[in-house]
Design a protein around this ligand. Structure first.
Ligand code: GLP
Length: 268
């Protein structure tokens, strides 16, 4: 894992945005795996700004989102489809027909959504770069603790904690889903590169378990230790419980000097 600790959430979004934009400049037809959540809002703002200033085009890109709520239609502002339209898709030149979420249409059997989504990802050639956030309990996508490390896209029940963590986004009395369709952990691990963003002190414990804890289904993000190409961008607050901090900073310095000498092409 490449662990990069930056001053604040703004710097995390800056570096994350540049990494995604650089990939699209080098390989405009890339397949991106996208995430929702509060952490990613700043990332999408950066990408929209870059697009407006001519710094990135999504014209040939394809996107697959990690997850979508069950029981919420796409025109509901709480749906992850609505989030993606609002925060990114409506503001860039992406082809709407190449933006995918694991949405279960009204009347569709939710059990069939997962295998169908997997086929679409395979048909697109697999995911080049998967963007991830992390839940306070170590979840990635909606793969909650105890999810099979070999899971594929399927229906998952959210933990009470996740429902509670996300309740700030719902009005009192508004329907809040307890079920979602999420890419599985094996689906995420198939991505050729992974970019994890985590900011804020409430993520510090989960980040420490992900990076320095044992690989365990009780912290689904810890499986990323087994992936050969993961970049973790953290702000100071999210990094505060890491024990090996000195080494990550030292490594980052070495990587930067390698990049300065040999260019960034190995990085995208
Ligand atoms: C959500 C999403 C995840 C997201 C995570 C963190 O519930 N399913 O994809 O990365 O939890 O969200 P936030 O960035 O709002 O803390």
């Amino acid at each position: 894992m490449e662990i990069i600790i930056l001053k604040d959430a703004e710097c995390v979004a800056d570096m994350g945005g540049e990494l995604v934009a650089e990939l699209l400049r080098v390989s405009p037809a890339s397949v991106l795996g996208l995430a929702t959540g509060g952490t990613q809002l700043a990332l999408y703002r950066k990408l929209v700004d870059k697009h407006r200033s001519g710094g990135v085009s999504f014209r040939q890109a394809t996107t697959f989102n990690l997850d979508e709520y069950l029981g919420v239609t796409t025109d509901n502002p709480q749906s992850y489809r609505a989030y993606m339209q609002r925060e990114l898709f409506d503001h860039v030149d992406i082809d709407p027909d190449r933006t995918f979420l694991p949405t279960c249409a009204a009347g569709q059997n939710p059990v069939l959504v997962g295998p169908d989504y997997e086929k679409k990802i395979t048909a697109a050639g697999g995911i080049d770069l998967q963007v991830l956030g992390i839940g306070v309990n170590g979840h990635i996508g909606f793969n909650e603790p105890s999810s099979s490390l070999n899971s594929r896209t399927r229906v998952k029940t959210l933990t009470r904690q996740t429902v509670e963590d996300n309740s700030r986004l719902f009005d009192t009395g508004e329907f809040q889903p307890r079920l979602a369709v999420t890419m599985g952990i094996a689906t995420i691990m198939d991505a050729r590169r992974i970019l994890m963003l985590a900011t804020g002190a409430n993520k510090a414990a989960a980040v420490a378990r992900m990076v320095e804890g044992p690989v365990t289904s009780m912290c689904p993000a810890s499986i990323l230790q087994m992936h050969e190409r993961v970049t973790v961008l953290l702000d100071e607050a999210a990094a505060e419980s890491l024990q090996n901090r000195d080494y990550y900073d030292w490594t980052h310095q070495q990587n930067e000097s390698l990049k300065a000498r040999f260019g960034r092409s190995h990085d995208v």
